[in-house]
Design a protein around this ligand. Sequence first.
Ligand SMILES: C[S@@+](CC[C@H](N)C(=O)[O-])C[C@H]1O[C@@H](n2cnc3c(N)ncnc32)[C@H](O)[C@@H]1O
Length: 323
Amino acid sequence: MDTAAIYAHFAESQALNGGSPIYQDWARGVAADPEVCALLDGLPEPKRQPNLLFAAARLVGAPSDGWASVRPWLLAAWPDVERTMRTHATQTNEPRRCATLLPTLAAIDGPIALIEVGASAGLCLYPDRYSYVYTAPDGARTRLDPAGGPSEVLLPCAIEGPVPTRMPEIVWRAGLDLNPLDVRDPADLAWLEALVWPEHTDRIETLRAAARVVAAAPPRLVTGDLLEVLPDLVADAPADATVVVLHSAVLVYLTAADKAAFAATMADLRRARGAVWLSNEGWTVLPDVAARLPEGLSPQFILARDGEPVALTDPHGRSVRLL
Ligand SMILES: C[S@@+](CC[C@H](N)C(=O)[O-])C[C@H]1O[C@@H](n2cnc3c(N)ncnc32)[C@H](O)[C@@H]1O
């Protein structure tokens, strides 16, 4: 796909429920703008993506206006925006995804050693430190708090299926990422905030609160490729704990061959260590998982345990439908 087509496609995707009208307008503008597309074409292909351009532009100071006023701003600020795009990557860390993972995690008997692959800043490594309010289809609400009392992070989530009644017993946690972010570093936190779509102000509040929880007890985050460093991290987990390897919105960045290699690594870790594999990815990302879904479902994300779909989840953690 050429750059104009990528932006036109992105604009269409923003028309879906929960997208960003501002980004839709900007993406339409870029798609119809050969001068801006030519600037983007000067970047390596993975760096041309809309989420990276728009987050970089906002980090540099783009106004949250229509494309007509953003375009001249962008042309003037292009050297700074381009530098930011070259030095940053899309690493959106969405703690709300914990609400969609919790029912499945809580069903695993502890103690659990939780390892997140592609952890970004590690905000999804703390599902047991956040509070939840689940709303069933009939409107019934159930609240779940950490053992130590209510958390300042309160995650609302619509649920279809059994509501969790306990927290997972997580006794050890660690993550890995090509480029771990540190919530205690103001520059990293500013980047995480810029990655949240502009209208999603409630997500920013949740992000900041989760960052405070994580900063109070920072996780171990290892720098490296998931195909290389995962076995060593698993080997460090306490021997008496069930290892749960989790990833969400990560494998989309891998080639088909690398996804197959990762699935083989998980099969080895399952045999050798009894590791549980929880994948929460867009429904096209793991075709073998999608093929196991009952007919007629059109999910956005699929949560799978050891390759078997167990839930359909909203990409930003707003809803979960247990299968
Ligand atoms: C969109 S973020 C998702 C972060 C987090 N899992 C969440 O759900 O909020 C994807 C993360 O995966 C990381 N990543 C992508 N490819 C990777 C690889 N091959 N090895 C390790 N991390 C990777 C990126 O650096 C980024 O931080």
